[in-house]
Design a protein around this ligand. Structure first.
Ligand SMILES: Cc1cc2nc3c(=O)[nH]c(=O)nc-3n(C[C@H](O)[C@H](O)[C@H](O)COP(=O)(O)O)c2cc1C
Length: 176
């Protein structure tokens, strides 16, 4: 398989970071371009992104999510939000933002950075705490949060493939 496809398998959740310089404008654009290249129902692209680079805000954000301590060492966070004005079907909104989140994480891997997906929606206390911090209006729903930094941990590539999860031309025929 070609090397570019490798990031599909080498991407892991990276929660330990070392200090490093702020991302360049070019890197930031690459990541958001990757996120916005995701598929969405009826091509609505119903996403909005809150990009967080300020250290004080990253620290505050880490206090507003129960499993986000790693944000204290992060160089950047992105709140992937769904815009209910662009997509009224909640499930489609969440699916589009999830696809954008995964694309963003693959972009992070492609740049040699490390990142982790932090669940926000549908936990009301998390969506409210994050909306309050950034002044996000009610029609915009924070769906996920992505922490990004310079990796200080290395994890083996994923090997999750399970033959019995694949059903060939019908439920009873697995690929085993
Ligand atoms: C919807 C969702 C919510 C997640 N929430 C958190 C979280 O709050 N904190 C965290 O550290 N990781 C979170 N993760 C990352 C998962 O723990 C991680 O993807 C999983 O353990 C597999 O590890 P890998 O990403 O290294 O393959 C979340 C992932 C998803 C898809």
């Amino acid at each position: 398989m070609d090397q570019q496809a490798d990031i599909l398998f080498t991407r892991r959740s990276i929660r330990l970071y070392k200090p490093g310089s702020p991302l360049t404008k070019g890197q930031l654009h690459f990541l958001l371009d990757a996120a916005m290249s995701a598929p969405s129902a009826r091509n609505r692209q119903p996403w909005q992104f809150v990009v967080v680079s300020r250290k004080d805000l990253l620290d505050e954000l880490s206090c507003r999510h129960p499993y986000a301590q790693m944000l204290r060492g992060a160089v950047l966070a992105v709140v992937v939000c769904g815009d209910t004005r662009l997509e009224s079907e909640e499930s489609y909104l969440v699916q589009a933002c999830s696809a954008a989140t995964q694309n963003l994480l693959l972009g992070v891997e492609a740049l040699g950075l490390g990142g982790v997906w932090l669940g926000v929606h549908p936990r009301k206390e998390r969506t409210e705490a994050i909306s309050e911090l950034f002044g996000i209006p009610p029609e915009i729903v924070p769906v996920t949060l992505v922490s990004i930094g310079y990796p200080a941990e290395k994890k083996p590539r994923n090997a999750h493939y399970k033959h019995d999860r694949v059903h060939l031309n019908g439920w009873t025929n697995t690929m085993a």
